[in-house]
Ligand binder design. Structure first.
Ligand code: CNA
Length: 243
């Protein structure tokens, strides 16, 4: 309990709070993560390729139809709703904290919950565009087809605006994330295995000594944090913001 009180106090007295999150933020909303026991990488499927391969740039270029079927059937959850972890971050903003959310997620749930300042470093599955003429499309447009969607203007391939394995991050968003981390009073990291770079590398830009890491399983960066909770994120966040 003493640890909880200490972390609570850090949060209470902080002006700038940065939250770096991953797929574990949304598991309680019914969206599976990638790497935990019940994650997408451990689910038995009949595909000839691993999920990591199917979500790579090379696979998208070589097999756009299979890629499209895969992401539409496995990554899009139109009915998912924000959970207590998303709501806790909105609550901190309502209390007057400057909250910046850096998310590796592509599900748009932080915005759905009402968070204002969200940096989506891996893009999102809401926005789509044509790789040839760059016309933008909604998710609803893409979902009209089970597999590959074609641009209604030029016939080009329509893809989601997400960063696939093997693709570079949008440096504008990455730089914004670096600046936010560097200026944070409290840095909360939650629901991420911290195995995907460069996102996991953001930890090194933090200059303070109030880094709180919340993840169900240990991560390779646990020893870099000032306080670690191996707990459910939603439950732990609720406890930490409780006044
Ligand atoms: P990951 O590698 O799947 O790790 C998720 C981590 O969260 C694991 O270590 C779990 O133990 C932990 N976890 C799961 N549920 C909870 C919970 N309720 N409370 C606490 N911890 C929990 O996912 P990362 O985000 O680290 O990897 C980055 C990838 C995953 C990004 O490129 C994402 O786009 C991608 N992804 C996103 C979504 C989404 O948008 N919701 C879903 C699946 C994967």
């Amino acid at each position: 309990m003493e640890r909880v009180n200490t972390a609570r106090n850090w949060i209470k007295t902080a002006e700038k709070i940065v939250f770096l999150g991953g797929a574990g933020v949304s598991t309680a909303s019914g969206i599976p993560d990638f790497r935990s026991a019940t994650g997408l990488y451990n689910q038995v499927n009949n595909a000839a390729y691993s999920p990591e391969t199917m979500l790579s740039h090379d696979f998208f270029v070589d097999h756009p139809d299979e890629f499209s079927v895969y992401y539409k059937e496995n990554l899009i959850f139109p009915d998912a709703l924000p959970n207590s972890a998303h709501h806790a971050l909105v609550e901190l903003e309502k209390r007057g904290k400057k909250v910046t959310i850096i998310t590796q997620n592509i599900d748009g749930l932080h915005q759905k919950a009402g968070s204002k300042n969200v940096i989506e470093i891996h893009g999102n599955l809401t926005d789509h565009y044509c790789v040839d003429c760059h016309q933008t499309f909604t998710q609803a447009y893409a979902l009209k087809e089970r597999g590959l969607s074609r641009c209604d203007r030029c016939g080009g391939t329509v893809r989601p605006d997400v960063v696939l394995y093997g693709e570079p991050l949008n440096m504008t968003y990455y730089d914004m994330a670096v600046s936010a981390v560097a200026e944070a009073d409290v840095f909360i990291i939650g629901g991420t295995s911290l195995k995907v770079y460069p996102a996991a590398g953001l930890l090194r830009f933090y200059n303070g000594n109030h880094m709180i890491l919340i993840n169900q399983e240990p991560t390779p960066s646990d020893r870099k944090a000032d306080m670690v909770f191996h707990e459910d994120l939603g439950k732990q966040m609720e406890e930490l913001i409780h006044e």
